[in-house]
Design a protein around this ligand. Structure first.
Ligand code: 5MM
Length: 357
């Protein structure tokens, strides 16, 4: 019986099972042991901020060159199961005319696409946001599938502060995420479900644990109500972590232990994999946290990374918009990807960072 009390027909059930087997295969590949996801889906405004920091002009060609540099980094891409792209990038061609998605596929990685259209203020909820982009999403997904996207991403943003998050923000955002996920699965695309609780405030780790728990419980309730098959999704959560402005931030062991406890309480074992966002953690911090969780072991899902900033900070700086820096930037990217690949296996050691330095 479905959550609203109606029954499926036999042929519905068979077709769905076939589709689900395919979705599950992709979700397993996205979170395969020792590999993780590169979040390279910065919208134009965000990549401009990153380029401003390295004094690079934010032109279409520079955005292409920068991303091409990473996708052609063979050593780094060995540890990258999938790449989340922005709309501009999925249609772009490399300097030599090869579609960027073909370069990604040749590297053994799966192209994915960010399909949310950013955030807007949530009415009657000061300081809170709702992620938009559901209108016409079904049509857009078909086009992205034809352009090789086998997974998608939608990010909801939940902030912690005085009196927030409200139940309204949690409900509307998790509801929209579930609607997106259902549309993706109908289009044979694996949805990355990303309900991000921000680490920007001065809250402590226990407040983050409490809010993230409420968000994840609401998220799985919504996914169930909207008939999303858990075997065909990847969850992209934040860790249970202290706010950046908290004076007494929790250490690596505490973050790992509390995050694993929180996820075990909220995420059904049917979910094939969980791929964390880095959320503003330092590169090494994000690696150490993931590694320590995998060292705890005995987890019902694959636990890996889907990092944006924590994978790109260092190579961005090394590249700095200069073609003569491409090889060096690729080495830096390969190092970060390898470190996170090891962390996804619980085999990272801090010494490896020192040696590279
Ligand atoms: C790479 O950044 C993504 C896009 O952000 P905008 O839509 O604001 O341009 C972002 O959604 C990212 O995929 C996740 O937040 C994870 O990235 P971090 O940097 O937190 O690991």
């Amino acid at each position: 019986m479905t959550p609203n009390g109606s029954f499926r027909t036999k042929s519905d059930t068979w077709e769905r099972a076939m589709n689900l087997a395919e979705l599950n295969k992709v979700a397993e590949a996205m979170t395969a042991p020792g590999k993780g996801i590169l979040a390279a889906d910065e919208s134009t405004g965000t990549i401009k901020k990153r380029f401003d920091a390295i004094s690079v002009e934010c032109t279409e060609d520079n955005r292409r060159d920068y991303r091409e540099m990473m996708f052609r980094a063979a050593e780094g891409m060995k540890h990258i199961s999938g790449v989340i792209l922005y709309d501009e990038t999925i249609w772009q061609k490399a300097k030599d005319g090869t579609p960027l998605v073909d370069i990604i596929k040749k590297a053994g990685s799966i192209p994915g696409i960010k399909v949310d259209e950013g955030t807007k203020p949530l009415p009657e909820c000061p300081g809170e946001l709702i992620t938009v982009g559901l209108d016409k999403l079904a049509d857009r997904l078909t086009k992205y599938y034809d352009q090789s996207a086998r997974f998608a991403k939608w990010r909801a943003v939940i902030d912690i502060g005085g009196g927030i998050p409200t139940a309204t923000a949690i409900h509307t955002n998790t509801h929209a995420l579930a609607r997106y996920a259902a549309l993706c699965q109908a289009a044979q695309i694996v949805p990355i479900v990303e309900p991000e609780v921000l680490m920007d405030g001065d809250h402590d780790i226990d407040r983050c644990f409490e809010v993230t728990t409420a968000v994840l419980k609401a998220q799985f309730e919504e996914l169930y109500r909207q008939r999303v098959a858990l075997e065909g999704i990847v969850l992209k959560p934040n860790m249970a972590i202290s706010g950046k402005k908290n004076g007494k931030r929790a250490g690596v062991e505490e973050v790992a232990e509390k995050t694993v406890r929180m996820l075990k309480n909220c995420v059904p074992g049917a979910v094939p994999g969980i791929a964390f966002l880095s959320g503003g953690q330092s590169d090494e911090e994000a690696t150490a946290h993931l590694d320590t969780m995998n060292k705890i072991g005995n987890l019902p899902w694959n636990l890996t990374f889907s990092y944006g900033r924590a994978l790109q900070h260092a190579p961005q700086k090394a590249w700095s918009g200069k073609s003569e820096n491409v090889a060096a930037a690729q080495r830096v990217f390969a190092h970060r990807a390898r470190m996170n690949g090891l962390a996804a296996l619980g085999q990272w050691k801090q010494d490896l960072e020192k040696k590279a330095a």
